[in-house]
Design a protein around this ligand. Sequence first.
Ligand SMILES: Cc1cc2nc3c(=O)[nH]c(=O)nc-3n(C[C@H](O)[C@H](O)[C@H](O)COP(=O)(O)OP(=O)(O)OC[C@H]3O[C@@H](n4cnc5c(N)ncnc54)[C@H](O)[C@@H]3O)c2cc1C
Length: 618
Amino acid sequence: MRLQQLQTDVLVAGGGAAGVPCALAAARCGARVVLCQDRPVLGGNASSEVRMHIVGADASGGRGEPLATEAREGGIIEEIRLEACVQDPQRSASMLDLILYDLCRREPRLVLLLNTPVVGVEMAGGRIARARAERQSTEDAFAIAAEVFVDCTGDGRLGAEAGAPFQHGREGRDEWGEPGALAAADRQTLGSSLLFMARRHERPMPFRPPSWARRFTEDDLRWRPHARAGVDRGLEYGYWWVEWGGQLDTVRDGETIRDELLAILLGVWDHIKNGGEHGAENWALEWFGFVPGKRESRRFRGQHVLTEGDLRASRPFPDAIAYGGWPLDTHPPCGVDARDEPPCRQDPVPYLYDIPLRACVGDQVPNLLFAGRNLSATHLALASTRVMATCAVIGQGVGATAALAVRRHVDPASVPADAEAMAAVQQRLLRDGAYLIGRRNEDPHDLARTARITASSAQAGGEPEQAISGQTRAVHGARGAPPGRAFPGTHRWMSDPAAGLPAWLRLDWPTPVEVGEIRLTFDTGMHRPLTLTHSDAYAASMAWGRPQPETVADYRLEALVDGSWRELAAPVDNYQRLRVHRLAAPVRARAVRVTVTRTQGLDHARVVEVRAYARPGD
Ligand SMILES: Cc1cc2nc3c(=O)[nH]c(=O)nc-3n(C[C@H](O)[C@H](O)[C@H](O)COP(=O)(O)OP(=O)(O)OC[C@H]3O[C@@H](n4cnc5c(N)ncnc54)[C@H](O)[C@@H]3O)c2cc1C
């Protein structure tokens, strides 16, 4: 093996739902980042190797009150979802791999090492000094020195190598006072799954299972919804409940679990094809996974352990860096072998809830952060926080924290207790499109907050001031943000449809100000679910394959300089939510104006937020 010495600011191990946003966020916040991903593609359980759809706090539309509960995550995961929605109308799994790869490849401060697992660490004085990684395909070994190390491996490999304490298995009720927990602790976890995709053909398609496939009867699967007689649909994608192995060690027994899951998957398909009338005669398997999707492995012990009680009470945390809202979604660890039980129990949480930074950092290894399903949470809390959009917002929060720690030459472990540093992280996250419950834009550098804002027209509730309200979504529905932390309002300027387009929104200052960057946030229909899915029925609930109709498509950005309007940018066919316009050279402007000439479908213009800065912020 060739040994390569690398030096960076932040090393992120694992390029799944948490790792990709984490690495991007850290790089975009100014840090040099190396992202090591053990597989050939990014995305973890969302990648083409596993093909799970990304869901999150909106509970796939299950939070109700659409126009008052925009619970879909913002920031980097929204950028990814919108990119996939528009660039992947065909719903190809490989296209999501490409979108993630492209985002990483285009990020100037980010070095992506694919096929490169992190396999060890070198410690110095209780801190991680270097991570060791190996790329067998090129016979390379890497010693990667960094200031901050982030474990997004799901399995917690990096942290475990560094000796960070972790939990494994299900806690007993008394340990954290969780009413929903087992009476006594055990070593079991959620199981792993293999998914399949099938295609309907014009003629009958036979299937002969391998000799080692399991056999299932209709009675065995009575709790597990699958193809029904006479209903020729729903076979294109499934089944998350092809689950097994939580009674074993998801890391050490990974190969056994994969073998058994293949036997189960092919046995289920054999049952559908050959085990009675399922309307499946013309259907054939198109793809199925060989990489089990894991739900639960090690969970690190952080400065705080997130519990069922925290989630149910929406406990406010001063060091919140993300939020969740998926139900407490527990499964029998032995999966399909629990034939007399439903494959999951989904217990909704009343409101969106905070995820604190202290659940992403411990005291034992002060320069180690963790994000994703290896979060410091009980088994029950993980049952909600594990969904991928929640992992992604945790990842972005952790990435922003890592970059701040590097910039300030402090350990991440010291950040949660430092109110000023926490406020800086939170404000940075808001600026980058994230949502944090009960927090508003208080960025002292945002010139829009001191401007007079006017518009060509406005409809009731969509006054121009809504675009500088400090919050970028409506979450005051009955199951949105908890009471007192929701800030009612539409939080967007909406022009009057009767006035037609173009429509403009304008910031004015009493004396000229230096403007080097303008940030615009548009409406992307955050009340609707949006995710790449291979399920036709789920995809039908979304505006998939095209820009979201609320979004501003064509606009002109101008500054009033020395008495005349100067064009700064004129994008066409925009479909993204956050657009950052960095000027080649700052201008001294008396006013800034955004003129909307076309939307992606709506009859009026909507701008959720406008911000202006003297200098592009790292
Ligand atoms: C079948 C199934 C159904 C699910 N249903 C949903 C659902 O509908 N929607 C949803 O949002 N979530 C769902 N989940 C949960 C969700 O997929 C996981 O909790 C989530 O993927 C966790 O994200 P992560 O980034 O922490 O981990 P992962 O997605 O596991 O990503 C970790 C990444 O790190 C890599 N890695 C591992 N070890 C190393 C190492 N040593 N060095 C470098 N890289 C490493 C892995 O290859 C992987 O790419 C489901 C999970 C499964 C298995």
